[in-house]
Design a protein around this ligand. Structure first.
Ligand code: SF4
Length: 292
């Protein structure tokens, strides 16, 4: 066990603590660790409006099990509204999703809280170094020079075993989405989803596939009416010169080794979701993330 009882770093003495909750196992373990250490905190979840119902239900379970108020902040338009407004989905080179749907709502929440309470707030995020080489280089405490405020990453040295041990000790279940085979929790789907995640989504949530199909068609029509022809697709993956629609991708995700492989095995992104611990990004996405 590499985890121990959390201790608020000296830099954060006197600051309020806001825990960023995603519904994933690491941020849940972080809540449990804060509780064990009796560190007063608030918990906040940035709702993209694009999570799995399983995660929304899991957050309700956590509220009940921990008797904890997990506040929800959200961009007024969410993933669907923003995609319509921008006439396109977030993409590797246009990754507006993290900033608009997660970072800014949490930043607004923090600033309002600071104004109300008169106390500076630090955001505590449950990311672990062993998830990527980049995470391993992140400091445990950082005052973001781009106006993001203090960030505390107390679980950098924790292992998966530490995380699960803490769940077990508290009798708290992990998000059932893991048991379905998905190794990540977050946008449903994330633009960096893996082949497996797309397969699971298409098997258990045809309604979400249908929504993506409708959005792809609607945004394609709107762009064509504006003189910009060409199929718009949620995943920025092409088969030859043809963009792959959600139906193409869902079909491909069912293939095993026989299907053409599109995985680019890119490195996890360096900024945005990962930096703030607000999304649980995959190590092997179907499209290569940018280096924000
Ligand atoms: S989880 Fe993926 S789709 Fe969602 S905000 Fe993060 S990068 Fe964007």
């Amino acid at each position: 066990m590499t985890s121990g009882v959390l201790k608020v770093p000296a830099e954060l003495d006197g600051l309020g603590i806001v825990a960023s909750v995603s519904g994933g196992k690491d941020s849940t373990a972080m809540l449990l660790a804060l509780r064990d250490a009796e560190i007063p905190h608030r918990a906040v979840f940035a709702d993209t409006g694009w999570e799995s119902d399983i995660t929304y239900r899991y957050l309700d379970y956590l509220r009940e099990a921990l008797r904890l108020d997990i506040e929800v902040v959200a961009d007024p338009l969410g993933m669907v509204g923003r995609s319509r407004e921008r006439k396109g989905f977030p993409a590797r080179m246009q990754r507006w999703c993290t900033r608009l749907l997660k970072i800014l709502p949490i930043k607004r929440y923090r600033l309002e809280l600071e104004e109300r309470s008169g106390v500076e707030q630090a955001l505590v995020v449950g990311i672990r170094a062993d998830e990527s080489a980049k995470r391993a280089t992140m400091p445990e405490v950082e005052d973001d020079d781009q106006g993001g405020g203090w960030v505390w990453r107390p679980m950098l040295r924790w292992t998966v075993e530490d995380v699960l041990t803490l769940h077990n000790r508290h009798g708290v279940k992990v998000n059932p989405i893991y048991q379905l085979g998905s190794d990540r929790v977050g946008c449903w789907p994330c633009i960096y989803a893996t082949k497996d995640q797309i397969r699971i989504l298409s098997e258990i949530d045809p309604t979400r596939v249908e929504l993506i199909r409708e959005l792809e068609r609607e945004i394609t029509r709107v762009r064509e009416a504006n003189g910009k022809p060409g199929q718009v697709t949620f995943f920025q993956v092409r088969h030859g010169i043809a963009p792959m629609t959600i139906d193409d991708i869902a079909l491909w995700a069912k293939t095993s080794h026989g299907g053409r492989q599109f995985d680019l095995f890119g490195a996890a992104p360096r900024g945005g979701c990962m930096r703030w611990g607000m999304c649980d990004l995959p190590a092997h996405p179907i499209v290569e993330p940018d280096d924000e």
